[in-house]
Structures are given as C-alpha cells and as structure tokens.
Design a protein around this ligand. Sequence first.
Ligand code: HEM
Length: 131
Amino acid sequence: MQTPEKVALYDRLGGVYNIATVVDDFIDRIMVDPRLNANPRVDVAHHRVLPAGFKYLVTEMVCWAAGGPQHYSGRSMSDSHRDLRITPQEWRAFMDDFQQTLNKFSVPQAEQEELAAIVESTREDIVVASL
Ligand code: HEM
C-alpha cells in the first residue's frame, strides 16, 4: 500500500501547471527586488534575460528536482551564477522572496520545507564564500 510520503513532491504540488504558476510569481518578484538588484552584476543580468525563458528554465529545474518527468536543459548553477558574485545577504533576500511566493499560494508547510531544501542544496554553487 502506498503511504502519502511516497507520492512525489511533483504530484503533491499538482504538477507542471501549479509549479509553473509559482515560478511565474517568484521570478516576477526577484527580478524587481531592490535587495538583489543592488548587486550591479545581478541587475544587468536580470535586465538582459527575457522573463519567459528564465521562467521556463527554472520551471524545468524545479519540476525535475521535485521528481517530475522533465529534464533540466539549462546551464549548471555554478556556470550561470559564478560571475554574479552573490553574497549571503542576497541569498537571504532570495529565500525571503521564495517564502513570500509559497505563502501567497498557500503551499502547505511540509511541501514548503521540501522545496526550500531543494533550493538550499544549490547554495554552495551560487553564493560566494566570502565578501
Ligand atoms: C540570490 C540568489 C540568486 C540570484 C540573485 C540569481 C540570479 C540569476 C541571474 C541574474 C541569472 C541570469 C544569468 C545570466 O544569464 O547571465 C540566473 C540564471 C539562472 N538561475 Fe539564478 N539566481 C539566484 C539563485 C538561483 C537558485 C537558487 C536557482 C535554482 C534553484 C536558480 C536558477 C537559475 C536558472 C535555472 C538560471 C538559468 C540558467 C541558464 O541560463 O541556463 N538561481 N540567476
């Protein structure tokens, strides 16, 4: 018999339509966050990448990481973020935006924690060690 914990996070979130909706709100939020755009390298890149493609890649990645059938086709997290020199403070602002989006869509606590753990697992590829 299947226990509820065995259901993939992807399915508990409601699949690609729900995940893409959450990513859409989240990317809109981070692209205008002054705490992130205070980093001039982030500001420039946020204005260079087109939101639809950015949302597409992040949706692919989250779906894949949550156990969905998608495959992430973008660059590695270290390649795409290395030159941005993201600080621990910027990381905190990013996680705060993430929390706000999850709260807006009333994502349950257990799923919020699993999603946060997925995002946190990329931290060492994204945040510069010291600044
Ligand atoms: C403070 C945290 C972060 C900031 C400020 C940030 C900012 C950015 C920016 C500006 C780009 C465009 C880079 C370029 O094309 O030159 C980018 C790319 C990307 N980011 Fe982040 N990011 C952060 C964290 C994350 C995290 C935690 C994830 C996923 C878990 C993520 C997923 C992606 C993806 C999938 C791309 C596209 C890669 C590609 O172009 O192939 N980012 N990010």
